[in-house]
Design a protein around this ligand. Structure first.
Ligand code: GLC
Length: 649
């Protein structure tokens, strides 16, 4: 919508900063005029009552101009290309991997030499886990940032990061980095100044002289790491104040009521955008606004701030997509894509943590009914947004899906979750999963799960037993889990090590900076001698790597697997089987997954009902042809799947 007063205001800002001439004929200027109305409304929703609100609004406009002005020309071209294409990140050609540079290849200088390995697997998007400065032993895996612009010298330099970006671009690869929006390290310059008593910087955080307000907050705020970091406030001796520390005591929560904090962090976002980041992962966005008397999660103001960030990015650096790392209940997650007039105008991507957890549910129970019940909410995702799909990441696996999905499947929620916790921590009789419980909350009995994909699928157990058949079964489970997350819609994101069947690494227990956090057991340190086995037939590494690469290749080949809100879940007559169809105007692909150890009956009728007289079919996974009529009554072996393209569509 055109706002004349804002237009005049923009002209004044440009005139004062003498940037008008350079940008007035640019596509940026059109975008600025088009987007400024929304930016102002969103900004005022949060900062209207701040005494310096107008001053900071002008600074916000200046920052947009500045960020665009210094944006490298190749990125400006990419912006235009992506705007022309529209929703570039829905593409079925994108497949990612998350990795810690130091654990993967020691440092950034060595990283380019590993690109061909990634490409052999089919990866063209790399999430480099946080690599900006962060104090050793107080880093939360890099999520406690002490300088948002300096690369951690332990992994390299900013120049080396730029070289990595160039080499990735030359290889046709995309880059994802994090912005840790919710907090800084207590060693960040702002925190140091606040600690020393500087009022300006104390206002960058939630700091209180006594316990009155912290007590008010604490009444409703859950604890995130109840075992290793109980409580939400930390007393700072030097300034005699309590500071809010929702995660660890060395991670101080930023105060977004202060517009200066917003502007500083927006400048950091543009700094990353101008390095050439394709997808910016916004860490922990659910937490960025706090209000006493609430859980301080998912508050409406958090969404306004995210929309404001998105609106600013759309103007200045529109080629960069935003991923909101909101690991929240399914009913909440949808809000991160935006709602009402902001539908599909908040985060472009979100983790499908619900689907991930539902897959683990189905694998443990051998029953897909909870997964099916969970889809109603998930398929309501707005057009133009997408998921990151995964079997696991660097964090724990939370069983955060709704109780009603469990009830619908005729299980009792508390007992069901307890079963899953016991199953994956290997305590349940007969379970071959070797994981561990993370962040057990004795008050609520809540607990999440750590462990690598391979160990949770029974590979570590099978190798310990020296049982070859069991090893094969574990490999089947690994590929089943990967297959579903690769075909269910969204950008698949593998976690480094899973492609080569890494089992748990218990060495974190010897490291004082890590031994309080068992998530490190599934953050593999790459052993390139082991990874060399991926090209040696008959090894476990080879089977998992080539199987995963094949799945990625199939997805890339089938255009209906791009995420255009084109999935329909079908109800199988056998609860062991999950089935959905992905489609577009020229293709229909039926994906069937048997989550049970025993063979299941394939419900051909459900496909017939969906596609009329469709067929014959080609199974891209096994390379076999099928005709429904002939196949009536056929079975899907335990832990196997079919990717059936309907050839007559
Ligand atoms: C995110 C990260 C997690 C980290 C937390 C605090 O959830 O994924 O690893 O501990 O934020 O920054």
């Amino acid at each position: 919508m055109y706002h004349n007063t804002i237009h005049q205001r923009i002209k004044e800002v440009l005139w004062r900063s003498q940037t008008g001439d350079t940008i007035k004929d640019s596509p940026f200027y059109d975008r600025l005029l088009h987007g400024a109305g929304a930016i102002r409304e969103l900004y005022l929703e949060i900062y209207r009552y701040h005494p310096l609100s107008e001053l900071y609004f002008d600074q916000l406009i200046e920052q947009l101009v500045q960020s665009y002005t210094i944006r490298p020309s190749w990125l400006k071209e990419l912006d235009m290309e992506r705007l022309d294409r529209g929703y570039w990140f829905l593409d079925n050609g994108l497949t990612g991997m998350s990795l810690y540079v130091d654990r993967w290849c020691t440092n950034l200088a060595a990283f380019p030499s590993t690109l061909s390995y990634l490409q052999d697997l089919g990866i063209n998007l790399v999430h480099l886990m946080p690599l900006f400065q962060s104090p050793l032993n107080e880093s939360d895996g890099g999520y406690a940032v002490s300088d948002f612009r300096q690369v951690n010298p332990r992994v390299g330099s900013l120049e080396e990061l730029k070289t990595v970006r160039e080499k990735m671009t030359a290889a046709g690869m995309h880059l994802m980095l994090d912005i840790v929006l919710n907090h800084t390290s207590h060693r960040h310059e702002w925190a140091q100044k606040a600690r020393a008593g500087d009022r300006k910087y104390q206002d960058y955080y939630y700091m209180f002289s006594d316990r009155t307000e912290p007590d008010l907050y604490d009444r409703q705020m859950p604890e995130i790491f109840p075992e290793s970091a109980p409580g939400n406030f930390t007393y700072i001796e030097e300034c005699r104040k309590w500071v809010m520390t929702v995660f660890h005591d060395y991670q101080w929560d930023l105060n977004y009521r202060n517009p200066e904090v917003f502007l500083e962090m927006l400048a950091n976002i543009f700094f990353y955008a101008n390095l050439g980041v394709d997808i910016l992962r916004i860490d922990a966005p659910a937490f960025i606004w706090k209000e006493p008397g609430t859980t301080c999660q998912n508050l409406p103001q958090a969404h306004i701030l995210l929309r404001l960030i998105k609106s600013c990015v759309v103007v200045a650096t529109p080629g960069m997509a935003l991923l909101g790392e909101a690991i929240v209940a399914p009913s909440r997650i949808m809000q991160y894509f935006g709602s009402g007039p902001y539908e599909a105008r908040e985060c472009d991507l979100a983790y499908n943590a619900t689907q991930m957890a539902l897959q683990w549910d189905a694998l443990a129970t051998g029953d897909t009914r909870v997964m099916l019940a969970g889809q109603r909410e998930l398929t309501a995702k707005p057009y133009g947004t997408s998921w990151i799909t995964y079997t696991r990441g660097h964090d724990d696996i939370g069983l955060g899906y709704e109780d009603h999905s469990i009830v619908e499947a005729r299980f009792e929620p508390t007992a069901h979750r307890r079963f899953l916790q016991e199953y994956y921590s290997g305590e349940y009789p007969g379970s071959d999963a070797l994981g561990a419980l993370f962040s057990v909350n004795p008050k609520t009995q809540d607990a999440r799960i750590s462990g690598t994909l391979a160990s949770l699928c029974g590979l570590e157990f099978a190798l310990r037993q020296g049982d070859r058949d069991h090893v094969e079964l574990a490999i089947q489970k690994i590929l089943l889990m990967q297959a579903q997350s690769i075909f269910v819609g969204g950008i698949p994101m593998l976690f480094a090590g899973d492609e080569a069947a890494y089992t748990n690494d218990y060495s974190y227990l010897e490291d004082p900076g890590k031994n309080y956090d068992n998530r490190w057991m599934h953050r593999a340190v790459t052993d390139w001698d082991k990874n060399a086995f991926v090209s040696r037939p008959d090894t476990v590494e080879y089977k998992v790597f080539t199987g995963t690469a094949k799945l990625i290749g199939i997805r890339r080949q089938l255009s209906c697997l791009a995420d255009h809100k084109n999935i329909k879940w079908l109800i199988a007559n056998d609860p062991r089987v999950a089935c959905f169809v992905r489609y577009n105007s020229t293709q229909r692909v039926y994906c069937l997954f048997n989550f049970n150890k025993g063979a299941a009956t394939v419900d051909w009728n459900m496909i017939k009902e969906d596609a009329g007289e469709a067929g014959p079919f080609f199974d891209h996974w096994r390379g076999t042809h099928h005709r429904l009529a002939l196949e009536d009554g056929s079975t899907l072996p335990g832990y196997s799947f079919m990717i059936l393209e309907c050839l007559s569509t």
